[in-house]
Design a protein. Structure first.
Length: 277
């Protein structure tokens, strides 16, 4: 009984402390204090790491504390003397992986190819960082281990974010006789052999440069395959929304019956919202 009471008392103290930290951040106009005025523990519980503040956060807001994600560079050689240029991973050998090896965040934000075809921001992937969810069931409000709601530190949900560009190509659903590397020649090494008339409503989301992607796809199938199976980190494919296109059959195939017909609301461009009304 004494242990139970002690545990409850400890939990109450922790909850009160967290509430006090969050309250400490909020000024009369609910703004976020300057980074230099707070320590690491208080910064952890900044409103900027929670909704709704993070939904309006700019890259500048995030990089004020996390600038190392763009400043850090890869080693030119490992401590054992292995040169980075001589130890490329399989996904670094595709045509669209140009230049020297670079860090994860720089590859997604500031490298030439990223700037050409993507419009990623910090909050495209990071939608909150609640430290109480860093370990499953670590608090009374944490998600149980058995649910898919739990996400790792930094709050990046693999199923809804990473899988978009790092999932497998679903060759069977696409009607290909074999995976793209094996069947590309019979389609003239061009995805547009089919996709100039099929699924023509694509890439219309705020985190991609649709026009640049289309132009890149006309030059090389690697530009398409790079994000549609060529750099797959996972064994499953992403269930892309099945946007309607001109000439689309009214019959929905079995594999598409549970597919959404529109992208997530936060990724729909304002012009698309206006045109759909």
């Amino acid at each position: 009984m004494n242990r139970t009471l002690a545990s409850v008392a400890f939990a109450v103290v922790i909850i009160v402390a967290i509430a006090a930290m969050i309250a400490h951040f909020r000024t009369a106009d609910d703004t976020i204090p300057a980074v230099s005025s707070i320590d690491h523990l208080r910064a952890t519980y900044s409103p900027l790491h929670f909704k709704p503040a993070i939904e309006k956060a700019t890259d500048a807001d995030c990089l004020a504390c996390h600038r190392e994600v763009l400043e850090d560079r890869v080693r030119t050689a490992s401590p054992a003397g292995v040169k980075a240029a001589d130890s490329l991973a399989w996904y670094q050998r595709v045509a669209t992986y140009s230049g020297e090896q670079d860090t994860f965040h720089r590859r997604h934000l500031v490298t030439p190819f990223a700037k050409e075809v993507m419009k990623l921001s910090c909050t495209t992937c990071h939608q909150g960082h609640d430290v109480r969810e860093e370990a499953p069931a670590s608090s009374a409000t944490a998600a149980p281990k058995s649910t898919t709601a739990f996400t790792l530190r930094k709050q990046v949900n693999v199923e809804t974010i990473c899988l978009k560009c790092h999932g497998q190509m679903n060759a069977e659903v696409m009607g290909l006789p074999s995976p793209w590397p094996e069947s590309r020649e019979m389609f003239g090494n061009s995805c547009l052999t089919c996709h100039s008339s099929i699924r023509t409503h694509r890439h219309q989301v705020t985190y991609l440069n649709a026009e640049a992607i289309e132009q890149a796809g006309q030059k090389s199938d690697e530009s398409c395959y790079g994000c549609h199976g060529g750099r797959a980190w996972y064994r499953i494919a992403y269930p892309y929304p099945r946007h309607a296109w001109d000439g689309m059959s009214p019959d929905v195939p079995d594999w598409a019956k549970d597919r959404p017909v529109a992208s997530e609301a936060r990724f729909v461009p304002p012009t698309a919202n206006r045109s759909s009304k």
